[in-house]
Design a protein. Structure first.
Ligand code: BES
Ligand code: ZN
Length: 865
């Protein structure tokens, strides 16, 4: 059970409908930090003003501290009390100056929330509710303050002192310490506060904004990592220019700093003028980072930069509005990435992520709307639903409004709400006004959870030349929402004739009722339906298209996403038949893959994605009850058949893709490397004698991490003993590089081999394994949990392993532990025996004394939801 003390101190559940504006505002705050890893003194001076005619006391959030002193209007004050973690002070007037002093202990902060130590440096993470672990403050996003921050620290250990905004003064003290003062002129919520003190070096550049102001950019890392910061710095400058061009948004301070730290709960954080990043989203060179890492770095740098407007200048009224900044900013970073390379491949990747992470969430016990109604622990709501479905909802709005209407809407939103804390509804209202549309019914996307299912049946009467498309939508119940109202679904559709030509132009059809019929006249040729083109709505399409029609679309559809989708559906139908009927005709898939490989007009980056089979997990999602072994066997059989039947094509694709010279990071070079890995995977799947030799040769000759890790993955999934040699070589080569060692752990945890559960258990005892570093914990425990075959192999040992590690991790870092729980919550999807073993582990977690609120919420919802 959750421990009695915290359960008593605060209500367990926070509800959206209970929102009340703040009683007290804090227009200004001055912070003074006397920094030391073991003991840091924090003095805060808050100018507080009563927000309306009420008589309630000032209440300041804390977390674990008691103030050493409290002054009101400069005078020591004893008339304060603690209500749990909250400091309560009765105040007579409507404006006062409150000073508090606390002492905190960064080196004991294993939660990595608030002020903590990482690799000898001190840094902060405040979103969502970490600022209260630093000082007493109304720690809610609708209290916006101007910050002045002074830091004093030992000059040798902490030569660099950074905070939000612009530096205003600094100096030396005669005891070996120094100080710096920073001021952020933009009022901001406390979750955007940051400071960093450390021994860091900067890769610097400048950026001249659209109105001609020069901004000093700096990416701060340990000195030896400086050569790995070029890519992030160049991505930052491209992102700054992109936001000016596409959204008209200009940067607003004289400096923009990014600091990379090794211990970080998330990917990165958008603190005003001082972004703090997990080093995995900054550091890259060809020898240590894959193409996917390079892409992710650019995307995350852009994402956090874009928050300067969507999140910082306009922030959230309360945490229920989280998707207002996160969904919108993901949509913005997706648009940015699409513009840097192949937009079609980017869309395929984004939809794959949605299906891998969000659809299962929406179909399980943790389902929630993109604007939730309640939470116990807000950090559990940084979910794929808020982020990725939130981005899809913005994308639908953009589709409905068209480019000009959407830009008018975002201009209005940024203009009207600049400097304020807004709501999702404020955003939607701006969109309605900007686009001249009514989004009343569309708003259901904000309040209803669950993935809509759309059935699409096309009838054709050759005699009359009439085709009729019958559409119906239904959304399955989700926890707390048994009945759903119809959504507004913008569906892009088009008909093709069997000769391969389009029968008319693409149309955008708004399905806003439970059922609809669309009639097409003058259709003499037998039509084939292309629907939800570009994945225009985040729904599941159920159509009765034959494998011939899907094969046809996979070769002829002129929307690249729809073409990919037809191939995926064909593969999915084949695999589901193999699992449920015990047999399937592989021939249509093989023919479709052959044609795609042979189509010289197609971008190789697209081909590499299109010929990949859907994942084990996605195939499992199509089944009534998941049988992980049956799915694995069916998928392996199809892979082997594809590998064997198309052996010559894979060999020549591999040879073509291997012709590149020395490493360059460019779209065609990336496409070649991707194709090379995919072809290698099929060569290995075919069972070819020399497959391990080919992989090992690629592994040894590689001049970049993409090829090296691609080869390693193939070896680690295979039977050859060469995998042992490769793993050793890899480990020894990179034993000093934590980010690459994460790949070493992760590649083994994701292996499809029978012995993966045993290997993972052994790796958990490896001297380089530690739960204290979130990246390392995720690379082993997190990866194992999403390896469908390995996690569910055997007698429940995988479930026990996960629960043991979550219980241990919860004591150090509850947020990271809670994030890794969802695989256990999927018990309803499996057979009775597996479900029972999974429930036993959830119950064991819940019975752990001193469990965090984070893990308690995730485990109890997973068990009962
Ligand atoms: N604001 C978040 C960081 C964050 C995440 C704070 C969770 C508190 C809890 C940041 O903007 C973010 O969204 N980061 C993502 C990466 C992004 C590219 C989607 C992350 O950290 O995973
Ligand atoms: Zn974000």
């Amino acid at each position: 059970m959750i421990d009695a003390q915290s359960a008593l101190a605060a209500p367990l559940v926070t509800r959206r409908e209970d929102y009340q504006p703040p009683d007290w505002l804090v227009p200004d705050i001055a912070l003074d930090f006397d920094l030391d890893p073991s003991s840091t003194r924090v003095t805060a001076i808050l100018d507080v003003t009563r927000s309306s005619a009420h008589e309630r006391p000032l209440r300041l959030d804390g977390d674990g501290q008691v103030p050493r002193k409290v002054l009101v209007d400069g005078v020591p004050h004893n008339d304060w009390r603690m209500d749990g973690d909250t400091l309560e002070i009765d105040l007579p007037g409507s404006a006062h100056r409150i000073e508090t002093e606390v002492v905190i202990h960064p080196d004991r902060n294993t939660q990595l929330m608030g002020l903590y130590a990482s690799g000898g440096n001190l840094c902060t993470q405040c979103e969502a509710e970490g600022f209260r672990r630093i000082t007493f403050f109304p720690d809610r996003p609708d209290v916006l303050a101007r910050y002045v921050v002074k830091m004093t620290a030992d000059r040798k250990r902490f030569p660099v002192l950074l905070a939000n905004g612009d530096p205003i003064a600094s100096g030396d003290l005669d005891d070996g310490r120094h100080w710096a003062e920073w001021r952020d002129p933009f009022p901001k919520p406390s979750y955007l506060f940051a400071l960093v003190a450390g021994d860091l070096s900067a890769n610097r550049a400048t950026f001249t904004t659209m109105s001609g102001r020069e901004v000093q950019l700096g990416i701060w890392v340990r000195e030896s990592d400086l050569p790995k910061t070029e890519h992030a710095l160049s991505a930052l400058r491209i992102a700054m220019a992109w936001d000016e061009r596409v959204y008209g948004r200009e940067y607003d301070l004289d400096v923009f700093n990014i600091v990379a730290v090794d211990d970080f709960n998330f990917g990165a954080m958008e603190n005003k003028g001082l972004n703090i990043f997990n080093s995995r989203y900054i550091l890259a060179d060809p020898d240590t980072a894959t193409d996917l890492d390079y892409d992710a770095i650019a995307a995350v740098v852009a994402h956090e930069y874009f928050h300067n407007w969507s999140g910082n200048r306009v922030t959230c009224r309360d945490w229920f509005q989280l998707s207002l900044k996160e969904g919108f900013t993901v949509f913005r970073d997706q648009g940015f990435s699409a513009d840097q390379g192949s937009a079609a491949v980017k869309r395929i990747e984004d939809v794959r992520t949605l299906r891998a992470a969000q659809f299962p969430e929406d179909a399980g016990p943790l389902a929630h709307p993109i604007r939730p109604d309640s939470y116990m622990e807000i950090s559990n709501f940084y979910t794929a639903t808020i982020y990725n479905k939130g981005a899809e909802v913005i994308r639908m709005i953009a589709t409905i409004l068209g480019p000009d209407g959407f830009r008018a809407g975002t201009d209005l939103y940024f203009d009207r709400y600049d400097g304020t804390a807004a709501t999702c509804d404020d955003f939607v209202r701006c969109m309605e006004f900007g686009g001249g549309v009514d989004l009343s019914q569309f708003r259901r996307w904000y309040s209803q959870a669950g993935t809509p299912r759309v059935s699409a049946v096309l009838d054709h009467d050759a005699g009359s030349g009439r085709a009729t498309l019958r559409l119906a939508q239904r959304t399955p119940p989700t926890p707390g929402q048994p009945d759903k109202e119809p959504f507004v679904l913008p569906l892009k559709l088009k008909l093709f004739g069997t000769a391969g030509t389009a029968l008319g132009a693409e149309q955008l059809y708004m399905l806003d009722r439970p059922t609809a019929e669309i009639v097409f006249d003058g259709v003499t040729d037998r039509p084939v339906l292309s629907i939800n083109r570009g994945f225009s709505a985040p729904v599941i399409i159920e159509s009765d298209r034959s494998s011939d029609d899907l094969k046809f679309l996979s070769a002829h559809d002129d929307d690249p996403f729809a073409r990919y989708e037809a191939m995926q559906q064909l593969m999915l139908d084949t695999l589901v038949a193999a699992v449920t009927l015990g047999r399937a005709d592989h021939q249509p898939v093989i023919e479709a893959v052959r044609r795609t490989l042979e189509d010289a007009a197609l971008d190789r980056a697209f081909v590499a994605e299109a010929v990949l089979l859907p994942s084990d997990a996605f195939v499992g999602d199509q089944l009534e009850t998941v049988d992980p072994e049956a799915v694995f066997r069916a998928r392996e059989a199809l892979r082997r058949d594809l590998g064997k039947t198309l052996a010559d094509l894979w060999r020549s694709a591999y040879a073509d893709a291997s012709r590149a010279g020395a490493f360059v990071y460019s779209p065609p070079a990336k496409a070649a490397r991707r194709m090379r890995s995919v072809a290698l995977g099929y060569i290995a799947a075919s069972g070819a004698e020399d497959a391990a030799d080919v992989a090992f040769a690629q592994f040894e000759a590689a001049d970049n991490m993409t090829d090296r890790q691609g080869a390693l993955t193939t070896l680690v999934n295979g039977k050859s003993d060469k995998r042992i040699a490769a793993l050793d070589i890899f480990y020894n080569r990179y034993s000093g590089d934590a980010l690459v060692l994460d790949k070493w752990f992760q590649t083994q945890a994701l292996s499809s081999r029978d012995d993966t559960p045993a290997v993972v258990a052994e790796l958990a005892r490896h001297p380089d394994f530690s739960l204290a570093n979130p990246n390392r914990a995720r690379s082993l425990v997190g990866a194992f949990g999403v390896n469908q075959r390995a996690f569910h192999l055997g007698d429940g040992a995988g479930y026990r392993f996960l629960a043991d590690h979550l219980i241990a991790l919860d004591k150090l870092n509850p947020q990271t532990a809670a994030k890794l729980l969802p695989p256990l919550g999927r018990w309803r999807r499996f057979d009775e025996k597996r479900a029972a073993s999974m429930k036993v582990e959830l119950e064991r977690i819940l019975a752990t004394p001193g469990l965090s609120k984070d893990l308690f919420e995730q485990a109890s919802r997973s068990l009962n939801g």
